[in-house]
Design a protein around this ligand. Structure first.
Ligand code: HEC
Ligand code: HEC
Ligand code: HEC
Ligand code: HEC
Ligand code: HEC
Length: 468
């Protein structure tokens, strides 16, 4: 079995490993992990519940067919080998550490705790650090390793299996496996164990920060009792298992839809149909400047500013981007995520008169040390504005606004050589207004996630401006 960095695993497993028993290895790993911050702790070794042959999602899916199908197209399912960006970064994080060459750091052991969180999914476990150095893990071969389970990434067992039992939100069913109740499945804590982590190792230019949990808990949504599940796992009335005579009940979908940017071009179709179910977080509107209230001019992230042509006088319009639907910042999660919104003014024959575009992001410089450049992401219900100018005097114009969301910047996309292996982003909004000579706006066309499935996410380079 080759490990993820392509070396034979026997080389990377510490040589003392061979004469230690399985129980002792698991115990040593448990002792080590439990001394670490929570985001460095895997879920521990899980026992297979009675009545089931193994922990694999495919097994659960034999009875829970619909839930299995939903989960199968989720990003949770794709958080391991099917995520080419993750694989590229993991490789880089594990340049390899050996006793002979301690100059090479390996921090990859810290990445797997959320992407393949069950100890049974780890090929190697960590039992200690050389000199307490996080880049120098001491590995042992994991006796409970199940490669099929590893392949499933954030699998059913992650959220549902502990202590040889299957936990549900109510624990009240009659199932062919032991069941128990875990009320936390009905609140956000089920999600924030992974979606809230802030760790910094500035000396290594290494940082991991996701504040989705905190962003949510400070929002009105949390106060109103709307959880992560409320938006990401829509309710549905159905039978839980196929082939069992049980009544339907109110339960939740398992798509875990978010940005709906597919992890690979070939997943575009299966995920595009979810755009109608979930929609995007942002609403974008165009407002004549004199009618705009509470203008919040963006002070960072401007990619292009519109100006009035020399010798002309202009009318001004406000493009407003509002976080209308996300229960946390927009965007949230990975710091590379960003939105670009572009407004283009054209004459009736299509000549571009002026263009303006705005980026919404938390922008960092990663080298030589981590430094925040700006963070203009939108908290729930807040907005940012930018301006476009249109010449006065006799002519009609059109103004087109297009918006894209991205998982990563072009620099990283090219650095990791992801062309054809990954999708960097997609369009989620495109609208065109006609502006008559008196400056009146008429909406001519509008395409959003909820209204129509768009088809431009086949490549890593979505249509539209490329802001390198
Ligand atoms: C064991 C850790 C873990 C738990 C628990 C977890 N997630 Fe995730 N989640 C992840 C990881 C890792 C990713 C990113 C995977 C990738 O991009 O490869 C992710 C991605 C997502 C996305 C982004 C999808 C996208 O493609 O934009 C959403 C939405 C999401 N999770 C919602 C939830 C919700 C809701 C819960 C709770 C019911 C939850 N997650 C619980 C680890 C977890
Ligand atoms: C505390 C849990 C946790 C740890 C530890 C962790 N991740 Fe993640 N990772 C997540 C979550 C949650 C997401 C989803 C957030 C999102 O998609 O924006 C994610 C998403 C990602 C993504 C996809 C980003 C995107 O926009 O699609 C990559 C790549 C990634 N992680 C790499 C890593 C690497 C490399 C490490 C180790 C240095 C690591 N992760 C450690 C929780 C974690
Ligand atoms: C990221 C965490 C997560 C993953 C992964 C996950 N689930 Fe769930 N599951 C939940 C949550 C949260 C609920 C329901 C909460 C509610 O009803 O409020 C749930 C509900 C269920 C229920 C209904 C329980 C009831 O009493 O209504 C079943 C059955 C179920 N899941 C099976 C599965 C299967 C099978 C898989 C894998 C194919 C899976 N789940 C993957 C979090 C998860
Ligand atoms: C042989 C069929 C079968 C398999 C395999 C199976 N289940 Fe179930 N499961 C059921 C049935 C039947 C119920 C009860 C459904 C009902 O009463 O509506 C159930 C109930 C559940 C519940 C609700 C528990 C409660 O009472 O709150 C969860 C969660 C669940 N299963 C998850 C899983 C997971 C995760 C796996 C895989 C590790 C799995 N199941 C494997 C048939 C199965
Ligand atoms: C009020 C509804 C709502 C709530 C509550 C909510 N989300 Fe979201 N979430 C969204 C929407 C809408 C998006 C899509 C944003 C976009 O890409 O346009 C999203 C996107 C995401 C993403 C992908 C990153 C991104 O910016 O696209 C992750 C990860 C995520 N949510 C996790 C969570 C977690 C974890 C919680 C609970 C702590 C949560 N969400 C609560 C609506 C919600």
């Amino acid at each position: 079995m080759a490990d993820r960095s392509g070396r034979a695993s026997s080389e990377s497993v510490d040589s003392e490993a061979s004469n230690i028993g399985d129980e002792e290895v698991l115990k040593a790993a448990e002792d080590f992990y439990s001394s670490r911050p929570y985001y460095q702790q895997p879920l521990g070794h899980l026992e297979v519940p009675d009545g089931l042959p193994n922990l694999e999602a495919e097994t659960c899916g034999g009875c829970h067919t619909e839930i299995y199908e939903e989960w199968s197209i989720s990003t949770h399912r794709r958080a391991w080998k099917q995520d080419a960006q993750f694989m590229a970064e993991l490789e880089k994080s594990r340049t390899g550490s050996t006793a002979e060459d301690s100059s090479k750091d390996d921090v990859g052991w810290m990445c797997v705790t959320c992407h393949t969180p069950v100890t049974n999914q780890l090929e190697r476990v960590v039992v200690g650090l050389r000199d307490g150095n996080i880049g120098q893990p001491i590995y042992r071969k994991n006796p409970s390793y199940n490669p099929r389970l590893q392949e499933e990434a954030i699998t059913c067992a992650t959220c549902h299996v502990r202590n040889g039992k299957v936990y549900g939100p109510y624990g009240d069913t009659d199932a062919p496996h032991p069941t128990a109740k875990d009320p936390s499945l009905r609140d956000s804590s089920t999600c924030t164990g992974c979606h809230q982590a802030e760790a910094h190792w500035p000396s290594r230019s290494l940082a991991c920060f996701f504040s989705t949990g905190e962003e949510w808990s400070q929002s009105q949504y949390a106060k109103n009792g709307e959880t992560c599940q409320s938006c990401h796992m829509p309710t549905v009335n159905r039978k839980l298992a196929k082939g069992f005579d049980r009544p339907k009940r109110k339960t939740r979908r398992h798509w875990f839809g978010g940005s709906l940017i597919p992890k690979h071009p070939k997943y575009n179709e299966e995920i595009a149909r979810l755009q109608k179910v979930y929609g995007s977080g942002a609403e974008i509107t165009l407002i004549p400047a004199q009618e705009a209230q509470n203008v919040e001019r963006a002070s960072n992230g401007s990619l292009k500013t519109s100006s009035c042509p020399p010798d002309r006088s202009c009318r001004s319009y406000i493009v407003r981007i509002t976080n209308e639907h996300a229960g946390h910042y927009l965007p949230t999660g990975d710091p590379e995520r960003h939105l670009d919104v572009t407004a283009t003014v054209r004459t009736e024959d299509g000549t571009v008169v002026t263009e303006a575009s705005q980026r919404i992001a938390s922008k960092y410089k990663w080298w030589p040390e981590i430094r925040e450049q700006y963070d203009n992401r939108l908290p729930p219900k807040e907005h940012l504005d930018f301006e476009v100018h249109i010449p006065k005097g006799g002519d009609d114009y059109s103004i087109q606004i297009s918006a894209h969301k991205y998982r990563m910047y072009m620099e990283a996309f090219e650095h990791h050589d992801l062309e054809g292996e990954y999708v960097r982003g997609r369009s989620f909004f495109n609208a065109r207004w006609h502006i008559d000579s008196a400056g009146n706006l008429t909406l001519e066309r509008k395409v959003t996630d909820k209204e129509k499935v768009m088809n431009d996410s086949h490549t890593g380079r979505p249509e539209g401006p490329d802001h390198r």
